[in-house]
Write a protein that binds this ligand. Structure first.
Ligand code: AMP
Length: 215
């Protein structure tokens, strides 16, 4: 099964993906995580992506699609159950994903849309903390770690993403509304769109998602 997780930044895609991965044994592919790893390792791709990410803009389609295509084909992942988190983010990327999958007689099965209101999004993003080591997600109020600043899972250091500041969040929201929101219609036309109320807590969202995927 192939699932794409859609929704504005801060809707909880990464949190849901982490829980689904544990429950259903899906492979979690997050383009944001891959790009941040490339930036950390200071690769050519990371250097190219950095300027876009820091401003809250989208990395060019061509670059991201190539990244996904390589990941799916070179590691033999394409036949597995996969959750795409943060990809596709544009109509071009959605069409490219369909093309890559259809060349192997596969398709996207569901697009889960995490629908969240702006006030919830801002609170989530400004309070988000990420483990530098394993990528686990926390929130200083909603989902705090047991020990301040330390990951429960691997004892790694927690940090705040550079793009989780109010200025960049505003730009990411504008970019989402302009470039990403229109692809909801792309999946709706294919009868694959499922809407989840992402203003609810992580446990409720997970329950609703499992209802759809196990249904
Ligand atoms: P995320 O971790 O999903 O919030 O992504 C962080 C940033 O990485 C985004 O604000 C974009 O700059 C970039 N990014 C991640 N995924 C994509 C994508 N599919 N297309 C273009 N840019 C992306």
């Amino acid at each position: 099964m192939k699932i794409v997780l859609l929704g504005p930044p801060g809707a909880g895609k990464g949190t849901l993906a982490g829980s689904l991965k544990d429950k259903l044994n899906f492979i979690h592919i997050s383009t944001g995580d891959i790009l941040r790893e490339e930036m950390k390792n200071n690769t050519h791709l990371g250097q190219e992506a950095k300027s876009y990410i820091e401003k809250g803009e989208l990395v060019p389609d061509e670059l991201v699609t190539r990244l996904i295509e390589n990941k799916l084909l070179s590691n033999g992942l394409i036949g597995k159950d996969i959750m795409f988190d943060g990809f596709p983010r544009t109509q071009n990327q959605a069409e490219d994903l369909d093309r890559i999958l259809s060349e192997k007689n596969m398709c996207v099965d569901y697009a889960l849309y995490l629908k969240a209101s702006l006030s919830v999004i801002i609170k989530r993003l400004t309070g988000r903390r990420v483990c530098r080591n394993c990528g686990a997600l926390y929130h200083i109020i909603n989902m705090p770690p047991k020990k301040d600043g330390i990951c429960d899972k691997c004892s790694g250091e927690l940090y705040q993403r550079a793009d989780d500041n109010e200025e960049t969040i505003k730009n990411r929201m504008d970019v989402y509304n302009q470039s990403t929101a229109p692809i909801l219609e792309f999946y709706e036309k294919q009868n694959k769109l499922k809407v989840l109320n992402a203003d609810e807590g992580a446990a409720e969202v997970l329950k609703a998602a499992l209802g759809i995927l196990n249904g």
